[in-house]
Design a protein around this ligand. Structure first.
Ligand code: ADP
Ligand code: MG
Length: 602
């Protein structure tokens, strides 16, 4: 039984696997590893999936669909033949083809897949992706984020050093930026930013407009078919540009031969408005990651549109350094998924390769509006872009006198009013009978990397109610395992016994010091507590490492202080004394007594 990694893309999908100690991309029947994410239906012939469907997109746009990934998790449906299809069902058809391809190439059954999804995908989009895989006959234990997969592939190519990266994934319809920290065996996504309407398609559209302008064509007056032909020419010329730096566009429209030139300078000009948007996204990302350009080691370019020289030129100018362009940018995510499939197949614990992700949306509960309006508002518990796993605890009080129970309703989203967010579930718990504002409950949210949210509510009598919200159906056994893992996560670094113990030692040094030394130790305690509470793996690790080094230093300086204060006199070594006695050696006082006696005798 084989496990494959799949990049289920908006424009193209790919599959990769690990075979005979090597990472391989799996080609389709046409020998191409890029499999267009397109589905068509031809009366009497049935479904067309992949390249055949993509070709028909031009000639028969009415019975062919593409880019359905953009609508994953929504109610949108597409008509093909006599029936409507959801993005989930269409994705299942693509996945099924990839599975069959892999089985043909590998000559064995493929049961399981690691599928990548954009980091910003919400629970519904993730669970629909899993369902699509299930429909295609693939088991998906784990979805991984596209930037995590890209970072895995980058590490494999570049080496295992500690690195801070921005993964720049510029595909057909979207641009996704991720701020990623790689250290030890951890790949941590610190922040994500993206635009769902900024991709290679937009460049094609801009080239199309340029072509029309140069030739005096009015886009609104052209037929859909003519527009599709110009768009297709635009894409071809764009791709030719990355190979030869120059492209001559030529096409007959309405019986007239139209021509236009395309070179790097012209394209740079055409792309200017898109570059403006890109710059804004970089600002967002750096702000969310609380970082700056100088802290980035590498910019990793991923996605088909990253092949464009003008994009690389723009990024070098923006960041003041050369981006890393891995071979064949549009395969990087699939390769990462393949590496991950290899890790799984070898049966290594997933924990060996920790992929830490961020929560792309805010999770919170509904609370009474302070202005007394009827509509409840969202009180955020886990903010978007929090590192997963994440845990947070807050206290809430009653709003009515002698209220018997508190109903905690859980939501996901960024909107002010809860009704505008996605409702996930609720937990009710009795509270102490007290006037408004005096009875309370503690609410704890714990969200793990598999998209499982555990909400626990405890009242002041110590009673607890909880709910586990998963984007998948879990068996009893799995539930138990997850609950155990969650218990661990619920204890943040600040509350872990070894860290508590370490802090206690600093506090003791603080207590026993004065003046400047005391001030220094105070600053250390500040730094360590801030680090432990930061919620960022790397910051926590740095805090712990520094704390250990400082403790060693404090111990040493403690010794030299003692030496100085006691004029370098050695301390009496109690332990050695005891050992000496145990060894049965004569004690010094005994000898002296003997001498005294002798003196008397003289
Ligand atoms: P997605 O991840 O969105 O499925 P891809 O990463 O496969 O998409 O990128 C698809 C986009 O890359 C398309 O817009 C395509 O035109 C563009 N592209 C592919 N090859 C090249 C090339 N050589 N030069 C410029 N753009 C390219
Ligand atoms: Mg992609």
């Amino acid at each position: 039984m084989a496990i494959i990694g799949i990049d289920l893309g908006t424009t193209n999908s790919l599959a990769a696997c690990w075979r005979d100690g090597r990472l391989e991309l799996i080609p389709g029947e046409d020998g191409n590893v890029l499999f267009p994410s397109a589905v068509g239906y031809v009366e009497g012939e049935g479904f067309l999936v992949g390249a055949a469907a993509k070709e028909r997109l031009l000639t028969n746009p009415g019975d062919t669909v593409a880019s359905f990934k953009c609508f994953m998790g929504t109610a949108k449906e597409y008509r093909l033949g006599s029936r409507m299809y959801t993005p989930m069902e269409l994705s299942a058809m693509v996945l099924e083809r990839l599975k069959r391809n892999a089985e043909r190439v590998l000559q064995e059954e493929v049961e399981e897949a690691i599928v990548t999804v954009p980091a910003y995908f919400n629970d519904k989009q993730r669970s629909d992706t899993k369902k699509a895989a299930q429909v295609a006959g693939l088991r998906v234990e784990r979805l991984i984020n596209e930037p995590s997969a890209a970072a895995l592939a980058y590490r494999m190519a570049v080496g295992e050093e500690d690195r801070t990266l921005i993964v720049f994934d510029f595909g057909g319809g979207t641009l996704d930026l991720s701020y990623v920290e790689c250290f030890d065996n951890v790949i941590e996504i610190v922040a994500v930013a993206g635009d769902n309407h900024l991709g290679g398609d937009d460049i094609d559209r801009a080239i199309q407009s340029h072509f029309c302008k140069v030739n005096g064509l009015v886009e609104e007056k052209l037929s859909l078919e003519e527009l599709a032909r110009i768009r297709n020419l635009a894409e071809q010329s764009k791709c030719a540009l990355s190979a030869s730096g120059q492209a001559d566009m030529g096409l007959t429209v309405g019986g007239r031969v139209c021509r236009a030139q395309l070179n790097e300078d012209i394209l740079f000009e055409i792309c200017m408005p898109l570059f403006g948007k890109m710059k804004q996204l970089f600002l967002h990302l750096l702000e969310d990651a609380d970082s700056r350009v100088s802290q980035i080691d590498d910019l990793v370019m991923v996605g088909g549109s990253s092949r464009l020289g003008v994009v690389k030129r723009f990024l070098s100018e923006l960041l003041g350094k050369e981006p890393v362009v891995l071979d064949e940018t549009d395969r990087v995510v699939a390769l990462g998924a393949g590496i991950y499939a290899g890790i799984r197949r070898r049966g290594e614990e997933i924990r060996d390769m920790l992929l830490t992700d961020v929560c792309p949306f805010t999770l919170g509960i509904g609370i009474r509006n302070r202005s007394g309006q009827d509509k409840n508002i969202l009180s955020p518990m886990i903010e978007r872009n929090s590192t997963l796993p994440a845990s947070c605890r807050n206290r809430f009080v009653t709003t009515s006198d002698y209220q018997r129970e508190i109903l905690v309703k859980i939501y996901q989203g960024e909107e002010y009013y809860v009704d505008d967010n996605v409702y996930l579930g609720e937990v009710a718990i009795e509270v102490a009978l007290k006037p408004a504002g005096q009875a309370w409950v503690d609410v704890q949210f714990t969200y793990d990397i598999n998209g499982i949210l555990h909400v626990s509510v405890e009242n002041e009598m110590g009673e607890r109610r909880q709910i586990l919200l998963a984007n998948q159906a879990l068996s009893e056994e799995e539930l138990e395992r997850y609950s155990k893992e969650l218990e661990k996560i619920m204890r943040p670094p600040m509350e872990q016994p070894e860290n508590q113990e370490m802090l206690a030692r600093f506090l003791a040094y603080f207590e026993n010091s004065t003046g400047e030394r005391r001030e220094h130790i105070g600053a250390m305690i500040d730094y360590i507590t801030q680090g432990l509470c930061s919620g960022r793996k790397k910051t926590v690790r740095n805090a712990i490492e520094n704390a250990r080094a400082w403790l060693a230093m404090l111990e040493e300086t403690q010794d030299t202080r003692e030496e100085r204060l006691f004029d370098g006199r050695d301390f009496y070594d109690w332990e050695e004394e005891e050992e000496d006695q145990e060894d049965g050696e004569a004690s010094r006082s005994g000898l002296e007594e003997e001498q005294e006696e002798n003196d008397d005798a003289r």
